[in-house]
Write a protein that binds this ligand. Structure first.
Ligand code: FES
Length: 261
Protein backbone atom coordinates (compact mmCIF):
# COMPACT_ATOMS: atom_id res chain seq x y z
CA UNK A 1 0.00 0.00 0.00
CA UNK A 2 1.58 3.29 -1.14
CA UNK A 3 -0.92 5.56 0.55
CA UNK A 4 -2.86 5.74 3.79
CA UNK A 5 -0.95 4.10 6.62
CA UNK A 6 1.43 2.67 4.00
CA UNK A 7 2.42 6.10 2.65
CA UNK A 8 6.20 6.71 2.57
CA UNK A 9 5.91 9.50 5.12
CA UNK A 10 4.28 7.26 7.74
CA UNK A 11 6.18 5.26 10.35
CA UNK A 12 6.82 1.62 9.37
CA UNK A 13 4.68 -0.33 11.85
CA UNK A 14 3.91 -3.88 10.69
CA UNK A 15 1.17 -4.49 13.28
CA UNK A 16 -2.42 -3.63 12.36
CA UNK A 17 -2.64 -1.89 15.70
CA UNK A 18 -0.71 -1.56 18.92
CA UNK A 19 -3.90 -1.29 20.94
CA UNK A 20 -4.30 -4.01 23.54
CA UNK A 21 -7.88 -3.29 24.62
CA UNK A 22 -10.94 -4.90 23.02
CA UNK A 23 -11.30 -2.14 20.40
CA UNK A 24 -13.07 -4.58 18.06
CA UNK A 25 -16.00 -5.14 20.44
CA UNK A 26 -18.05 -1.95 19.74
CA UNK A 27 -17.87 -2.36 15.91
CA UNK A 28 -18.81 -6.03 16.28
CA UNK A 29 -21.84 -5.27 18.47
CA UNK A 30 -22.90 -2.50 16.09
CA UNK A 31 -22.64 -4.90 13.14
CA UNK A 32 -24.73 -7.51 14.92
CA UNK A 33 -27.39 -4.99 15.96
CA UNK A 34 -27.74 -3.44 12.51
CA UNK A 35 -27.70 -6.82 10.74
CA UNK A 36 -30.43 -8.15 13.03
CA UNK A 37 -32.66 -5.20 12.24
CA UNK A 38 -31.99 -5.31 8.49
CA UNK A 39 -32.77 -9.04 8.29
CA UNK A 40 -35.94 -8.71 10.38
CA UNK A 41 -37.21 -5.62 8.50
CA UNK A 42 -36.52 -7.20 5.10
CA UNK A 43 -38.31 -10.44 5.99
CA UNK A 44 -41.31 -8.56 7.37
CA UNK A 45 -41.47 -6.12 4.46
CA UNK A 46 -41.88 -9.05 2.03
CA UNK A 47 -44.03 -11.16 4.40
CA UNK A 48 -47.25 -9.72 2.98
CA UNK A 49 -49.60 -10.75 5.80
CA UNK A 50 -50.24 -10.36 9.56
CA UNK A 51 -49.78 -6.59 9.44
CA UNK A 52 -53.29 -5.40 10.25
CA UNK A 53 -55.69 -6.19 13.12
CA UNK A 54 -59.14 -4.94 11.99
CA UNK A 55 -60.90 -5.40 15.39
CA UNK A 56 -58.47 -3.04 17.13
CA UNK A 57 -57.20 -0.96 14.20
CA UNK A 58 -53.55 -1.98 14.70
CA UNK A 59 -51.39 -1.35 11.65
CA UNK A 60 -47.68 -2.13 11.78
CA UNK A 61 -45.47 0.86 10.84
CA UNK A 62 -43.69 -1.33 8.25
CA UNK A 63 -46.88 -1.33 6.13
CA UNK A 64 -47.91 2.30 6.49
CA UNK A 65 -49.13 3.72 4.22
CA UNK A 66 -50.66 0.73 2.42
CA UNK A 67 -52.04 2.21 -0.80
CA UNK A 68 -52.81 -0.63 -3.22
CA UNK A 69 -55.73 -2.97 -3.89
CA UNK A 70 -53.57 -5.75 -2.42
CA UNK A 71 -53.91 -4.24 1.07
CA UNK A 72 -56.30 -5.83 3.54
CA UNK A 73 -59.67 -4.03 3.82
CA UNK A 74 -59.48 -1.19 6.34
CA UNK A 75 -55.67 -1.02 6.43
CA UNK A 76 -55.39 1.68 3.75
CA UNK A 77 -55.77 4.88 5.72
CA UNK A 78 -54.87 6.97 2.66
CA UNK A 79 -57.05 5.03 0.21
CA UNK A 80 -55.97 2.61 -2.53
CA UNK A 81 -55.01 4.63 -5.61
CA UNK A 82 -52.86 1.75 -6.94
CA UNK A 83 -54.05 -1.59 -8.40
CA UNK A 84 -53.00 -4.99 -7.03
CA UNK A 85 -49.23 -5.36 -6.67
CA UNK A 86 -47.11 -8.41 -7.55
CA UNK A 87 -45.85 -10.31 -4.49
CA UNK A 88 -42.24 -9.10 -4.90
CA UNK A 89 -43.23 -5.50 -4.18
CA UNK A 90 -43.58 -4.84 -0.41
CA UNK A 91 -46.99 -3.39 0.45
CA UNK A 92 -45.31 -0.59 2.41
CA UNK A 93 -43.08 0.27 -0.56
CA UNK A 94 -43.97 3.99 -0.50
CA UNK A 95 -42.43 4.79 2.89
CA UNK A 96 -39.74 2.10 3.15
CA UNK A 97 -37.13 3.65 0.80
CA UNK A 98 -37.40 7.00 2.60
CA UNK A 99 -37.21 5.45 6.05
CA UNK A 100 -34.21 3.44 4.94
CA UNK A 101 -32.63 6.55 3.39
CA UNK A 102 -33.30 8.55 6.56
CA UNK A 103 -31.59 5.97 8.75
CA UNK A 104 -28.72 5.20 6.37
CA UNK A 105 -27.78 8.87 5.99
CA UNK A 106 -28.30 9.69 9.69
CA UNK A 107 -25.18 11.22 11.24
CA UNK A 108 -25.15 8.69 14.07
CA UNK A 109 -25.65 5.65 11.83
CA UNK A 110 -22.89 6.93 9.54
CA UNK A 111 -20.51 6.91 12.46
CA UNK A 112 -21.70 3.45 13.43
CA UNK A 113 -21.42 1.76 10.05
CA UNK A 114 -18.36 3.68 8.85
CA UNK A 115 -16.55 2.04 11.76
CA UNK A 116 -18.21 -1.35 11.77
CA UNK A 117 -19.06 -2.06 8.11
CA UNK A 118 -17.17 0.41 5.92
CA UNK A 119 -14.08 0.21 8.16
CA UNK A 120 -13.15 3.82 7.53
CA UNK A 121 -11.75 4.17 10.10
CA UNK A 122 -12.19 0.89 11.97
CA UNK A 123 -11.20 2.46 15.30
CA UNK A 124 -8.79 5.02 16.68
CA UNK A 125 -5.18 3.92 16.13
CA UNK A 126 -6.21 0.89 14.04
CA UNK A 127 -4.97 0.81 10.44
CA UNK A 128 -7.86 0.90 8.01
CA UNK A 129 -7.95 -1.30 4.90
CA UNK A 130 -8.70 1.56 2.47
CA UNK A 131 -5.88 2.99 0.41
CA UNK A 132 -7.37 6.44 0.04
CA UNK A 133 -9.74 8.59 1.99
CA UNK A 134 -12.24 10.51 -0.13
CA UNK A 135 -14.78 11.28 2.58
CA UNK A 136 -18.28 11.96 1.32
CA UNK A 137 -17.20 13.64 -1.92
CA UNK A 138 -17.88 10.72 -4.30
CA UNK A 139 -20.60 8.23 -5.14
CA UNK A 140 -22.05 6.48 -3.20
CA UNK A 141 -21.20 8.42 -0.02
CA UNK A 142 -22.03 11.78 -1.60
CA UNK A 143 -25.69 10.73 -1.21
CA UNK A 144 -25.24 11.41 2.51
CA UNK A 145 -25.75 15.09 1.66
CA UNK A 146 -29.43 14.31 0.94
CA UNK A 147 -30.09 13.63 4.61
CA UNK A 148 -32.07 16.84 5.17
CA UNK A 149 -34.52 15.84 2.42
CA UNK A 150 -35.02 12.41 3.96
CA UNK A 151 -35.69 14.26 7.21
CA UNK A 152 -38.58 16.21 5.65
CA UNK A 153 -40.18 12.97 4.41
CA UNK A 154 -39.56 11.30 7.79
CA UNK A 155 -41.59 14.07 9.43
CA UNK A 156 -44.50 13.30 7.08
CA UNK A 157 -44.20 9.57 7.86
CA UNK A 158 -44.16 10.31 11.60
CA UNK A 159 -47.38 12.31 11.16
CA UNK A 160 -48.89 9.34 9.34
CA UNK A 161 -47.77 6.91 12.07
CA UNK A 162 -49.35 9.24 14.63
CA UNK A 163 -52.60 9.20 12.64
CA UNK A 164 -52.51 5.36 12.51
CA UNK A 165 -51.99 5.27 16.28
CA UNK A 166 -54.87 7.68 16.98
CA UNK A 167 -57.18 5.60 14.76
CA UNK A 168 -56.19 2.50 16.75
CA UNK A 169 -57.03 4.27 20.01
CA UNK A 170 -60.56 4.99 18.73
CA UNK A 171 -61.14 1.20 18.96
CA UNK A 172 -60.62 1.25 22.74
CA UNK A 173 -57.40 0.68 24.64
CA UNK A 174 -55.30 -2.45 24.60
CA UNK A 175 -51.65 -3.33 25.05
CA UNK A 176 -51.24 -2.97 21.28
CA UNK A 177 -52.47 0.64 21.43
CA UNK A 178 -50.00 1.42 24.22
CA UNK A 179 -47.16 -0.15 22.22
CA UNK A 180 -48.15 1.92 19.15
CA UNK A 181 -48.26 5.07 21.32
CA UNK A 182 -44.83 4.44 22.85
CA UNK A 183 -43.37 3.64 19.44
CA UNK A 184 -44.75 6.84 17.86
CA UNK A 185 -43.48 8.93 20.79
CA UNK A 186 -40.00 7.45 20.42
CA UNK A 187 -40.08 7.91 16.64
CA UNK A 188 -40.91 11.60 17.13
CA UNK A 189 -38.10 11.94 19.67
CA UNK A 190 -35.65 10.35 17.22
CA UNK A 191 -36.88 12.43 14.26
CA UNK A 192 -36.86 15.72 16.17
CA UNK A 193 -33.43 15.01 17.65
CA UNK A 194 -32.02 14.81 14.10
CA UNK A 195 -29.09 17.12 13.36
CA UNK A 196 -30.89 18.45 10.28
CA UNK A 197 -33.93 19.29 12.42
CA UNK A 198 -31.67 21.19 14.80
CA UNK A 199 -30.26 23.11 11.86
CA UNK A 200 -33.73 23.86 10.48
CA UNK A 201 -34.70 25.24 13.88
CA UNK A 202 -31.67 27.37 14.68
CA UNK A 203 -29.15 27.12 11.86
CA UNK A 204 -27.75 30.14 9.98
CA UNK A 205 -28.99 32.60 12.60
CA UNK A 206 -26.67 35.48 13.35
CA UNK A 207 -28.54 36.67 16.43
CA UNK A 208 -30.43 34.27 18.67
CA UNK A 209 -31.74 37.27 20.62
CA UNK A 210 -33.61 38.52 17.53
CA UNK A 211 -35.25 35.10 16.95
CA UNK A 212 -36.50 34.02 20.40
CA UNK A 213 -38.91 31.36 19.08
CA UNK A 214 -36.32 29.66 16.88
CA UNK A 215 -33.80 29.95 19.71
CA UNK A 216 -36.20 28.23 22.11
CA UNK A 217 -36.88 25.48 19.57
CA UNK A 218 -33.15 25.05 18.96
CA UNK A 219 -32.54 24.81 22.71
CA UNK A 220 -35.15 22.07 23.17
CA UNK A 221 -33.98 20.14 20.08
CA UNK A 222 -30.36 20.44 21.21
CA UNK A 223 -31.25 18.70 24.47
CA UNK A 224 -32.87 15.87 22.52
CA UNK A 225 -29.99 15.83 20.06
CA UNK A 226 -27.58 14.84 22.84
CA UNK A 227 -29.55 11.57 23.08
CA UNK A 228 -29.66 10.92 19.33
CA UNK A 229 -27.51 7.79 19.46
CA UNK A 230 -29.63 6.22 22.20
CA UNK A 231 -32.81 7.16 20.36
CA UNK A 232 -31.45 5.62 17.14
CA UNK A 233 -31.07 2.24 18.87
CA UNK A 234 -34.21 2.47 21.00
CA UNK A 235 -36.36 3.19 17.94
CA UNK A 236 -34.91 0.22 16.06
CA UNK A 237 -36.01 -1.93 19.00
CA UNK A 238 -39.42 -0.24 19.34
CA UNK A 239 -40.12 -0.72 15.62
CA UNK A 240 -39.35 -4.44 15.88
CA UNK A 241 -41.39 -4.86 19.08
CA UNK A 242 -44.37 -2.99 17.57
CA UNK A 243 -44.30 -4.98 14.35
CA UNK A 244 -43.81 -8.26 16.19
CA UNK A 245 -46.75 -7.58 18.51
CA UNK A 246 -49.07 -6.64 15.64
CA UNK A 247 -47.92 -9.73 13.72
CA UNK A 248 -48.61 -12.05 16.67
CA UNK A 249 -52.08 -10.58 17.30
CA UNK A 250 -52.98 -10.43 13.59
CA UNK A 251 -51.95 -14.05 13.03
CA UNK A 252 -53.94 -15.24 16.08
CA UNK A 253 -50.83 -16.47 17.92
CA UNK A 254 -51.72 -14.28 20.94
CA UNK A 255 -54.72 -12.18 21.99
CA UNK A 256 -54.45 -8.47 22.59
CA UNK A 257 -54.54 -7.58 26.27
CA UNK A 258 -57.62 -5.32 26.43
CA UNK A 259 -57.82 -2.58 29.06
CA UNK A 260 -60.82 -0.62 27.75
CA UNK A 261 -62.94 -2.32 25.07
FE1 FES B 1 -29.78 11.07 12.68
FE2 FES B 1 -30.78 13.08 11.20
S1 FES B 1 -28.87 12.93 12.12
S2 FES B 1 -31.74 11.23 11.81
Amino acid sequence: MKSGVGAPTRARIPDKTLRTDRWWLPPLLTNLGLATFVVYATVRAFWGSAYWVPEYGYLTPFYSPCISESCLPGSSHLGTPLPELPGWIPLGFLALPFLLGFRLTCYYYRKAYYRSVWQSPTACAVAEPHERYTGETRFPLIIQNAHRYFFYVAVLISILNTYDMILALTHGLGLGGIILLVNVTLLWAYTLSCHSCRHVAGGRLKHFSKNPVRYKLWTVISKLNVRHMQLAWVTLASLVITDLYVMLVASGAISDLRIIS
